[in-house]
Design a binder for this molecule. Structure first.
Ligand code: HEC
Ligand code: HEC
Length: 414
C-alpha cells in the first residue's frame, strides 16, 4: 500500500514537471534521491570544502565514520568525529545513517514487547521512542539533514544562505533544483535549504541505505541456511531466546519479520562508562545526560538514557556505544555480563578485556535499566560470547561482507 502511494506520487510529480517546465533533457539529477545522493557526498557544503555527510557516514563502511585521527587510540577508528575545521572533535560516536529512515518520529508511547519476554514477567515499555540522534532530538531525516552543514562542530557553514550559495555554484544542482522544486526555488533561501535537506532525506530512504540483504535476511527467504552446528546459529538461538534479554530491547517485530531492524527505538541507560580517553582529547568536561539533551524532555528520570541502536551492520561499525568507548563486539557482550552482575548487586571480579582494568562506573549512575539487564538467565562463557558475536556478524549487508574478519567468518561457520 505504502509503496503504491509513493509510485503514484512519483508519477504525479513527473506529470506536473512534464507540463510545467518542458523537457528535463540534460539535467543530471532528475529525482530527489539522485540529487540527495550527490549532495550527501559533496564536500562543498562544508566551510573548508573538506567534509560531507559521507565523511562521517561513509557509504563504503556501513555509513559510519571510519577515520582515524587525533581522537583515536592506537590506530583504532576514532570514537568521535573530527569537524571541518580540522580541530574540533565531537563527543558522540556517529551512528550509522543506514536503516535510520525507519526510526519513527520522536514520541511518547507504549510498546508491547515480544510475547516470550512478556511471559517472562517483563512487561511493555512505556516512555519515549524514536527520533534521530542518540537522544532522538531531531524528528525526521529531512530535519536532521539540515543540521550538519551549519553545525560549527561539523560542516561549519556560517548560515543557510551561504550553504545555498554553494549549491548555486554547481550548474547541475541549479538545473536539478529548478526541475524538481520549481524554477523559483532559489528565490527564497529558506525554501532552497529545505529542498536540499529533503532531497538528502529522500536519498537516505532508498534501498541503497537499507538493502535488507544480510545472511540473516537471506535465511528468512530460504536463500541462506544457518548451519545448525555453527556458532552463528547457537548465537542466533540465544539472541532471540528468553535466556537473554537482548531481544527485549533489540527486537522490534514478531519473530522472523523481514523488516526487523534490531532496535526497538526505546531509550535506556545501560550504564555505559564515560569515554575518558576521548574527553582527554576533546576537552569536554560535562557528563552526557543523553535523552535529557532532547529539548522535549525535561524529567530527570530520563537522564542518562540513549536510543537503542540498530544492530544491523554492527560488526563493521566499531567503535561502539554513544561515546565509542568499546572497540570490540566481544567487549560489548562482556559488558552486558558485567551489567547483569551489577544490576543484581553480585560480586564481580571481571575486567574490561580492552583495558584489563576493572569496569569503570557508569557515566550516569541513575535510571539504569536494572530489571532487564539483571534478568539474563545464563552466564555467558567465552564460547557463548563468541556465538553472539558470530550471530551479529550475520547481520552484515552483502556489500560489507568483505569487511568482516574472514578468519572469524570461518570459525563462526557463516
Ligand atoms: C563531522 C561528522 C558528521 C557529519 C559531517 C555529519 N554527521 Fe550525521 N551524525 C554525526 C554524529 C556524531 C551523530 C550523532 C549525534 C548525536 O546523537 O547527538 C550523527 C547522527 C546522524 C543521524 C542519526 C542516525 C540515528 O540513528 O540516530 C543521521 C541520519 C545522520 N547523522 C545523517 C547525516 C547527514 C545527512 C549529514 C550531511 C548533511 C551528516 N549526517 C553529516 C556525525 C556527522
Ligand atoms: C535494556 C535494553 C537493552 C538490552 C537488554 C540490551 N541492549 Fe544492547 N544496547 C542498548 C542500548 C540503549 C545501547 C546503547 C547504549 C549507549 O550507547 O549508552 C545498546 C548498545 C548495544 C550494542 C552497540 C551497538 C553500537 O552500534 O554501538 C550492541 C552490539 C548491543 N547493544 C548488543 C546487545 C546484545 C547482544 C544484548 C544481549 C546480551 C543486548 N544488547 C541487550 C539496549 C539494550
Amino acid at each position: 500500500m505504502a509503496v503504491k502511494k509513493v509510485l503514484i506520487g512519483l508519477a504525479l510529480t513527473t506529470l506536473l514537471v512534464g507540463c510545467g517546465s518542458g523537457s528535463s533533457d540534460g539535467v543530471k539529477f532528475e529525482t530527489k534521491p539522485s540529487l540527495g545522493e550527490a549532495l550527501f557526498s559533496d564536500v562543498n557544503l562544508s566551510f573548508n570544502r573538506s567534509q560531507s555527510c559521507a565523511t562521517c557516514h561513509n557509504p563504503d563502511q556501513g555509513f559510519v565514520d571510519d577515520r582515524t585521527n587525533d581522537a583515536s587510540i592506537a590506530g583504532q577508528t576514532s570514537a568521535a568525529s573530527l569537524g571541518d575545521n580540522g580541530s574540533s572533535i565531537g563527543d558522540r560516536n556517529a551512528p550509522t545513517a543506514a536503516y535510520a529512515a525507519f526510526s519513527p518520529e520522536f514520541h511518547e508511547g507504549t510498546r508491547e514487547r515480544v510475547i516470550r519476554q512478556r511471559q517472562n514477567g517483563i512487561g511493555a515499555y512505556e516512555g519515549f521512542l524514536g527520533g534521530q540522534f542518540w537522544d532522538g532530538r531531531e524528528s525526521s531525516l529531512a530535519g536532521q539533514a539540515g543540521g550538519p552543514p551549519t553545525n560549527p562542530l561539523e560542516m561549519g557553514m556560517p548560515d543557510k544562505s551561504s550553504v545555498v550559495d554553494r549549491l548555486k555554484e554547481n550548474n547541475d544542482y541549479v538545473a536539478a533544483f529548478e526541475l524538481i522544486y520549481g524554477s523559483d526555488i532559489f528565490n527564497d533561501t529558506e525554501n532552497a535549504y529545505e529542498a536540499m535537506s529533503e532531497s538528502i532525506g529522500e536519498f537516505e530512504k532508498t534501498a541503497e541505505l537499507s538493502p535488507f540483504d544480510s545472511k540473516y535476511d537471506l535465511s528468512l527467504t530460504g536463500d541462506y541456511e544457518y548451519s545448525i552446528i555453527s556458532k552463528a546459529s547457537i548465537g542466533k538461538t540465544r539472541f532471540f531466546s528468553s535466556d537473554l534479554t537482548c531481544a527485549s530491547c533489540h527486537q522490534l517485530e514478531a519473530d522472523s519479520s523481514k523488516t526487523e531492524l534490531f532496535t526497538s527505538f526505546e531509550f535506556h541507560n545501560i550504564g555505559v562508562p564515560e569515554n575518558t580517553a576521548l574527553r582527554a582529547i576533546n576537552g569536554v568536561d560535562q557528563l552526557d545526560t543523553g535523552l535529557l539533551q532532547n529539548p522535549l524532555v525535561v524529567d530527570d528520570s530520563e537522564k542518562g538514557k540513549f536510543k537503542v541502536p540498530t544492530l544491523r551492520n554492527v560488526a563493521v561499525t566499531a567503535p561502539y556505544m554513544h561515546n565509542g568507548v568499546f572497540n570490540e563486539l566481544e567487549t560489548v557482550i562482556e559488558f552486558y555480563e558485567h551489567a547483569k552482575l551489577r544490576a543484581n548487586d553480585m560480586p564481580d571480579s571481571s575486567v574490561n578485556p580492552e583495558t584489563q582494568l576493572a569496569w569503570q562506573v557508569p557515566e550516569i549512575d541513575e535510571n539504569i535499566e536494572t530489571e532487564l539487564l539483571g534478568a539474563n538467565h545464563i552466564t555467558l562463557d567465552e564460547s557463548e560470547v563468541q556465538a553472539l558475536v558470530c550471530f551479529l556478524m550475520t547481520l552484515t549487508d552483502a556489500r560489507y561482507e568483505h569487511l568482516l574478519d574472514q578468519e572469524k567468518v570461518e570459525s563462526c561457520g557463516i
